[in-house]
Structure formats: structure tokens, C-alpha cells
Design a protein around this ligand. Structure first.
Ligand code: HEC
Ligand code: HEC
Length: 319
């Protein structure tokens, strides 16, 4: 009896040695998933106005929702986008802003197809679209909450409105080997804030708002800067052209210039950190949904370094 137990244990040990641990895909690409202190967001600064806005100082503090600094730059927004209601969903503009490009940590949804927007929100709602950072990344959790609260008619209105917004350049890519020292800010919500001094980039991408103070104002004219490793844009271009290890050129589905295809969203000129999280979330299977299977073959074989190069290139493209 005893030696049978012994033989069984040896067999288990040998089996374990023969099948190496699967790669830890939940903790890879750490730079794209900053984890910050769990502190509440600071209140928006009072009496400050976004540069160039005609909104009067003080007017912003009385707004019935997220402040719209440049109402002349977009069609009138439906209530679900603009109005804070008691017990209702958070207005979309709070996180995606009135130009749809959002800020670091959020997602850029300007000019995405309305059907795609609806489908994605429904995938957040059903639990098919999650984050590979478990428990779900704070930002993703916020969007999941939103998806559960918003009604289908309101979702359709919001989707049509965001789909009609123009895409414009709001990301600036800089190849460099030294970057500002940063720390994750507010749960990882709003991602990173610069602190003090410089440090080596060490293969990461560091994504910062051009002006952190203006990000807190929700100023849509304040873009992002992506610091990327030297040579990343060129290496990424080659990978995107051939499809890299998955061998399916990205343009086949994402369209000429990566500006969006029939089913696939645009990739050109979007936030490098967001795109990296999405490739990793497809790779790990955390991001599912009705058309997510098409991304399995392209994303699954990509290494962390390849993802970094690919998204540096995509962010640098004209939208
Ligand atoms: C509290 C903040 C917040 C609010 C409010 C919010 N979103 Fe989001 N949204 C996010 C974040 C963060 C993500 C990215 C999630 C991720 O990275 O996993 C996101 C992602 C999305 C995406 C996926 C984009 C893509 O390219 O796949 C869509 C579509 C979307 N939101 C639509 C909406 C709509 C429509 C509303 C209003 C009804 C809304 N969101 C309100 C934070 C928010
Ligand atoms: C066979 C078609 C196909 C190919 C090839 C393909 N994609 Fe996709 N991609 C899609 C579809 C469809 C979606 C939307 C998936 C969903 O609904 O979740 C998508 C979504 C994405 C997203 C998420 C965008 C967002 O708005 O959240 C990224 C990033 C992406 N693809 C990158 C790439 C890259 C990089 C390549 C080349 C290495 C590539 N894709 C090749 C079909 C494709």
C-alpha cells in the first residue's frame, strides 16, 4: 500500500516536471497596468478655465454634468452623455470627454462605429469583456458598472453621437531612452503622474497627459504623450505590415492606414497604453465578445516586447 502511494507521488512529480507552468499572462506587460494607491480622486480645481474656452470662471462649478469647455466643437450631446442624474449612470463625457478621445486610463471612442460601441458595452455588461488584471482593473470595473446601469435606448443614443465625432491627432509619440519618473495615480485610474527627475525607459512605454493639471479639468485639447523605447516605431511598423508571428497583416481587417475596417475598429493614433492592454487582454482571453475571436490568432503569439513595438507604431500614425 505504502509503496503504491509513493509511486503515485513520483508520477505526479514527474508529470508536473514534464508540463512546465503556463506563462503567467495575468501579470505581464506591467507598465500598461499601473496599480496606484486607493485614494479618492481630488476634486476638480475651482474657478479654473481650460485655455481658449469661452466658459466663464465659476460657470464650470455650476454645470449639471461634466463641464463642456468647447460646446461649439461638437453637435449637442444627448443627456446620457452630458447630464449627471441621481442614481443614474455616470454621463459618458465624464470619462470619454466631449470629443470622445478621453484621457490616459480611459478609452478613445471618437468616431468608432455605432454598432461596435453598442456591442462592446454589451460585452462589458455580460461579463465577456474584462481585464486580465485581476480583480478587474479599476478602470475596467468602472466601465462595467456603467454598462450595467445604462439603458439600451440611451446606449443607442450615446453610440450614435460618439460615432459621429471626428477622429483627430491627440497622441504624440517620442522615442527616448530616458523618461520622467512617474508613480501610478489614484487606483491606476488616470494611470501615471510625473514625480521628479528622469530614469531609464527600460523597454516600457510611459504615457502621460501633456499637462496633468488640464487632464483634471477634462480639457479635451490636452492630448497624451507616449514615451517609447528607441527604434520601437520602426520595429512596430514591420510587425504590423506582416502581422508578426500571427502572420495576418493588421490592415486586412483594420483597414488601409489602420483607420478602421468593416468589423474592426481604427487603431491609428490611439493611446499606446490602451492598445497594449487590449492586445494583452485578447491574448489572455480576458477580453471576449461576439467578434473578439478574430483577434485570437493575431494577438496570441505576440510577446510583450512585440506588443510594445506595435502599439508605439500604431499610436504614431495619423488618425
Ligand atoms: C467612469 C468612467 C466611464 C464612464 C462614465 C463611461 N466609460 Fe466607457 N470606458 C471607460 C474605461 C476606463 C474604458 C476602458 C476599459 C478597459 O480598458 O478595459 C471604457 C471603454 C469603453 C468602450 C470600449 C472602446 C473600444 O475601443 O473598444 C466603449 C465603446 C465605451 N467605453 C462606451 C461608453 C459609453 C457609451 C458610455 C456612456 C453610456 C461610457 N462608455 C461611459 C470608462 C468610462
Ligand atoms: C481577422 C481580422 C483581424 C486581424 C487580422 C487583426 N484584427 Fe485586431 N480586431 C479585429 C476585430 C474584429 C476587433 C474587434 C474585436 C472585438 O469585438 O472585441 C479587433 C480589435 C483590435 C484591438 C482593440 C481595439 C479597441 O478599440 O479596443 C486592437 C488593439 C487590435 N485589434 C490590434 C490588432 C493588431 C495589432 C493586429 C495585427 C497584428 C490585428 N489587430 C489584426 C480583427 C482583426
Amino acid at each position: 500500500m505504502e509503496h503504491r502511494v509513493w509511486i503515485a507521488s513520483v508520477a505526479i512529480i514527474l508529470l508536473a516536471a514534464a508540463s512546465p507552468d503556463p506563462p503567467d499572462t495575468t501579470r505581464g506587460l506591467a507598465w500598461a497596468y499601473p496599480v496606484g494607491p486607493e485614494t479618492p480622486l481630488p476634486a476638480a480645481p475651482k474657478g479654473v478655465v481650460a485655455p481658449g474656452s469661452k466658459v466663464r470662471p465659476g460657470e464650470a462649478d455650476e454645470a449639471a454634468g461634466p463641464i463642456d469647455w468647447f460646446p461649439q466643437e461638437h453637435p449637442p450631446a444627448p443627456d446620457v452623455v452630458a447630464l449627471t442624474t441621481k442614481g443614474g449612470p455616470t454621463p459618458c463625457a465624464e470619462c470619454h470627454l466631449y470629443d470622445g478621445h478621453g484621457f490616459a486610463g480611459s478609452a478613445d471612442i471618437a468616431g468608432l462605429r455605432a454598432e461596435y460601441i453598442v456591442e462592446q458595452v454589451k460585452s462589458f455588461r455580460s461579463g465577456e469583456r474584462t481585464s486580465s488584471q485581476k480583480p478587474d482593473r479599476f478602470d475596467t470595473t468602472e466601465m462595467i458598472k456603467e454598462a450595467r446601469q445604462v439603458s439600451d435606448p440611451d446606449l443607442a443614443r450615446a453610440a450614435a453621437w460618439f460615432a459621429a465625432l471626428p477622429r483627430r491627432r491627440f497622441v504624440r509619440v517620442v522615442e527616448t531612452d530616458s523618461v520622467p519618473v512617474t508613480r501610478p495615480s489614484f487606483f491606476g485610474w488616470l494611470d501615471l503622474e510625473p514625480t521628479y527627475g528622469k530614469e531609464p525607459i527600460a523597454g516600457r512605454i510611459i504615457e502621460l497627459p501633456e499637462d496633468p493639471a488640464r487632464m483634471f479639468l477634462g480639457d479635451p485639447h490636452n492630448g497624451l504623450v507616449d514615451y517609447v523605447p528607441p527604434g520601437a516605431v520602426g520595429r512596430g511598423a514591420a510587425l504590423v505590415e506582416t502581422g508578426g508571428p500571427g502572420r495576418q497583416p493588421c490592415e486586412i481587417c483594420h483597414g488601409t492606414g489602420l483607420k478602421g475596417g468593416e468589423a474592426a475598429p481604427p487603431l491609428a493614433g490611439r493611446s499606446a497604453a490602451y492598445l497594449a492592454r487590449m492586445l494583452w487582454d485578447f491574448k489572455t482571453g480576458a477580453r471576449g465578445g461576439p467578434t473578439a475571436a478574430q483577434m485570437q490568432a493575431p494577438a496570441h503569439p505576440l510577446s510583450e516586447a512585440q506588443i510594445t513595438d506595435i502599439v508605439a507604431y500604431l499610436a504614431s500614425l495619423p488618425p
